[in-house]
Write a protein that binds this ligand. Structure first.
Ligand code: AMP
Ligand code: MG
Length: 527
């Protein structure tokens, strides 16, 4: 399949109402789901990286990706035959407050493609210029935030976390001005375009915005969403809407459990950044836990409230689902089914989270719920008093042999690369010793063999994640024209559960220099 032969799926633009205004200027759009908009041409587009596995979703080969057409299309300079680009309207609650119309302010959907397996993938450029939804901003994206989105989308996919995909990362040859920390220091920076792929980019905020306008618009959009993305739920009616909402609750829940498993903090869980498919979407000021700290957020805008901190993510997902329930209520006019789904979310999360944490410890199932929960909580209490890198800790824990007597000194030696401090105070040693003793006991009770336990741990606990400082190093090199680290990280993060002994240096806790460096632990929105 070459780029010209792609099989387009035009149902979105055919089934949903379009904004009749064709000119591209910022405005409020009512009574329509999208506006036609052309990507802005770039002066000297250059492909920095692409994901061969994402390209395969479109049946494209390496040769296709190396072609000039590929660079032209995915920088926004050329349209595929039949492509009619558009930006969608949506709203959202930002940091808990209703923000009204937001919309694709710097995202342009090129088209949807049906691949040889019959799957439909929407191709969306991020940073390809202004749209009617750009409000006061410019519609562009800088290289640093685009590289972060490109790498992290693919890293998350290989970690088995539901996510939108990234096909390509392109520099444009143009610059945009950004004030990195909003502190009055605007600088010109290289701009870039990422092409993202997802079966659908629909967000909770779409339903919220249409519900605010009319029952009719809400119904047309909801029915389209169900028919195109949830066909297994049957024809849309009241019972179907409830089944659908329940499924959205479940997939959102499962996504957050996976974030908690790998130590990912989204950073901006506004309702406009919540995918209706339960995919991680909109990689902005996200981050990865360094020392395990439940209250940590990488987002400078959230530095005071910690609304979107690591430990808040399930609670916030629930809050966001509640807003979605409010939006779709007029279609159902009964609260019972929606409330039940929201209650199920809380129960499902508690159960799935405990099971996931048990898997991290090497136990296939939850055995005695209370004791298992205690064992997990006791470990998290240790992390709370002694700075520990979760990723390194669990991989090292898998190497231990809890069959015999506990040799505390030896175990601490094994685990030490995960600890930020050199020497462990006496009281904390006791906390760790108590936990290890309980863990040893639990391992000895379990029916799994040592190698089964280790195998489960090593497929639950990644060895390689996109550490904040690694992404920043790749950015700094890329900005200087050196893409080697970008490519190397993409390759390493493709097999995050493999040992890859020659890549051990990507499995190190955060170096001191990165502790307070901008881009490593502090990031701002919408760059
Ligand atoms: P975000 O915080 O990235 O989820 O963005 C929130 C809203 O702001 C969305 O409607 C975005 O499309 C819009 N937005 C963010 N950055 C830009 C930009 N550079 N130009 C235009 N719109 C933007
Ligand atoms: Mg967003």
């Amino acid at each position: 399949m070459t780029l010209d032969e792609l099989n387009l799926d035009t149902s979105y633009i055919e089934c949903l109402p379009a904004d009749p205004q064709a000119a591209n200027f910022p405005r409020q759009v009512h009574g329509a789901c999208f506006s036609w908009v052309m990507p802005t041409k770039t002066s000297a587009a250059r492909l920095l990286a692409y994901s061969a596995d994402a390209a395969a979703l479109l049946d494209l080969t390496d040769e296709d990706c190396a072609s000039k057409t590929f660079s032209d299309v995915f920088s926004g300079n050329q349209l595929l035959t039949g492509s009619k680009p558009y930006a969608t309207s949506y709203g959202g609650h930002q940091f808990g407050n209703w923000a009204g119309q937001l919309g694709d302010g710097r995202a342009i959907n090129l088209c949807s493609v049906v691949n040889q397996r019959g799957e439909s993938w929407t191709l969306q450029l991020k940073g390809a210029g202004p749209t009617p939804y750009s409000r006061t901003a410019d519609g562009y994206a800088v290289l640093r935030s685009s590289l972060r989105e490109f790498l992290c989308s693919e890293a998350m996919f290989y970690l088995r976390v539901p996510t939108t995909r990234a096909l390509s990362l392109m520099t444009t040859g143009d610059t945009v001005v950004r004030d990195v920390l909003y502190n009055g220091n605007p600088q010109p920076e290289q701009s870039a375009v990422v092409c993202r792929l997802a079966p659908s980019f629909t967000r909770f905020g779409h339903f919220q915005y249409y519900a605010e306008q009319s029952l009719e618009l809400l119904k047309v959009f909801t029915d389209y969403t169900i028919q195109s993305s949830f066909p297994h739920l049957g024809a849309p009616d009241k019972a179907c809407y409830i089944r659908w909402f329940n499924e959205v609750c479940e997939s959102s829940c499962d996504m957050v459990v996976e974030w908690m498993r790998v130590g990912f903090v989204h950073g901006v869980m506004n309702t406009d950044n919540m995918s209706i498919l339960g995919l991680t979407i909109d990689y902005g000021p996200y981050g990865w836990l360094e020392a395990y700290d439940p209250s940590w957020t990488p987002n400078t805008t959230d530095a005071n409230d910690h609304r979107y901190a690591f430990s808040q993510q399930a609670k916030i997902t629930h809050w966001n689902l509640y807003q979605l329930a409010n939006a779709i209520y007029p279609l159902i006019e009964e609260t019972e089914g929606l409330e039940l789904a929201l209650r199920n979310f809380a129960e499902r999360y508690a159960r799935q989270w405990l099971l996931m944490m048990n898997n991290k410890l090497g136990f296939v199932t939850t055995q005695h719920e209370d004791e298992d929960r205690q064992l997990v909580e006791q470990l998290l209490a240790f992390f709370a008093v002694y700075e520990t890198d979760m990723t390194i800790f669990f991989r090292r824990l898998a190497k231990l042999d809890p069959a015999g007597e506990l040799d505390f000194e030896e175990v601490v030696q094994q685990l030490s690369p995960a600890f930020y401090e050199e020497t462990m105070p006496e009281a904390i040693q006791q906390t760790l010793r108590d936990w290890l003793q309980n863990y040893w006991q639990r391992c000895q009770q379990a029916s799994a063999t040592a190698s089964e336990r280790r195998e489960l741990m090593n497929k639950t606990n990644p060895k390689y994640v996109l550490r904040n400082y690694l992404a920043q190093q790749a950015i700094e090199m890329s900005e200087q024209g050196d893409q080697s680290l970008l490519h190397e990280l993409l390759a390493v993060l493709k097999s995050p559960y493999d040992e890859q002994p020659e890549k051990e240096h990507f499995n190190q806790k955060r170096p001191d220099w990165a502790k307070h460096k901008v881009g490593c632990s502090m990031l701002s929105c919408s760059s």
